[in-house]
Ligand binder design. Structure first.
Ligand SMILES: [Fe+2]
Ligand SMILES: [Fe+2]
Length: 266
């Protein structure tokens, strides 16, 4: 079995960042001993160098190989330069025990909206051209709306084009963050997975900080969300070859306010 951990949106530097939570996440992940850890951005809050340095003081304690892309917060204040100098390339591809993982920077300087851009599509297709047991694409922004996150905004501006590139490239799983809500959507035979914030209280409604764990075994992928200090819940189980969804247990996120709606004016 191959285990991957997916963490996102630690938001070091935010007044809502909880250091003890990140310590715990790192301890839990080191105990899990995954083949790799994927971090899908928003390491910082304003992209400042000292925030990157603070993130690295945590990240260097993760024992497994760590593969990281930037989020919209990391590209604020020209923070992408610090990302390149202190963290690494903003676009990359790696092979982890037969699994092809491709990460791209979907951030645009000082914008909350995301974009990958036409100039990257050929490169993305090429990265997925070789045979692989599983193909995983990583970006910060969500490609389709996530329930329970309020008004739809800060999307990927070229989401439609990118989704077609990914489906045609045979991508099985997309890993994203940004909305701070863990979720799984199936689109064609591709599974769009988002992770919560692993270590901040920048949460929506009653959602809690968490990270995701993927177990790949016997041609199946099982996706869990794990609450630091708390339980692990299975979100989906998927047959890789056919894309068949074996199980799906998402939290019911659409909740109406307990307060009665005001009377209509008409
Ligand atoms: Fe975030
Ligand atoms: Fe974000």
């Amino acid at each position: 079995m191959v285990i991957l951990a997916h963490i996102s949106d630690p938001h070091v530097g935010s007044p809502h960042f909880v250091p003890n939570m990140l310590h715990r996440v790192i301890e839990e992940i080191n105990e899990l001993d995954p083949a790799a850890v994927i971090c899908s951005g928003d390491l910082t809050t304003d992209g400042y160098r000292q925030e990157y340095q603070a993130w690295l003081s945590y990240a260097e304690r993760i024992k497994a190989p760590l593969h990281t892309i930037p989020g919209n917060h990391d590209s604020r204040n020209v923070g992408y330069l610090h990302f390149e100098e202190l963290v690494g390339a903003r676009n990359w591809s790696v092979d982890v025990e037969g699994i092809r993982i491709v990460g791209v920077d979907s951030s645009e300087p000082d914008l909350n909206e995301g974009m990958v851009g036409r100039s990257h599509y050929t490169w993305i297709r090429e990265q997925f051209a070789q045979p692989a047991d599983l193909r995983i694409f990583v970006l910060h922004h969500h490609l389709i709306p996530i329930p329970g996150t309020g008004r739809e905004r800060s999307t990927v501006m070229d989401a439609g084009d990118l989704l077609e590139v990914l489906v045609r490239s045979g991508v099985n799983v997309v890993l994203a963050g940004h909305k701070h809500v863990p979720y799984v959507w199936r689109l064609e035979d591709m599974y769009l997975t988002s992770a919560g914030t692993c270590s901040s209280l920048r949460v929506r409604g009653h959602t809690k900080p968490c990270y995701n764990v993927l177990e790949i075994d016997h041609g199946e992928v099982t996706i869990f969300r794990k609450f630091p200090f708390g339980e692990r819940q299975q979100m989906a189980r998927v047959a890789i070859a056919t894309g068949t969804q074996m199980q799906r247990e998402d939290e019911h996120l659409v909740q109406e306010s307990a307060q009665a709606a005001p009377a209509s004016a008409d």
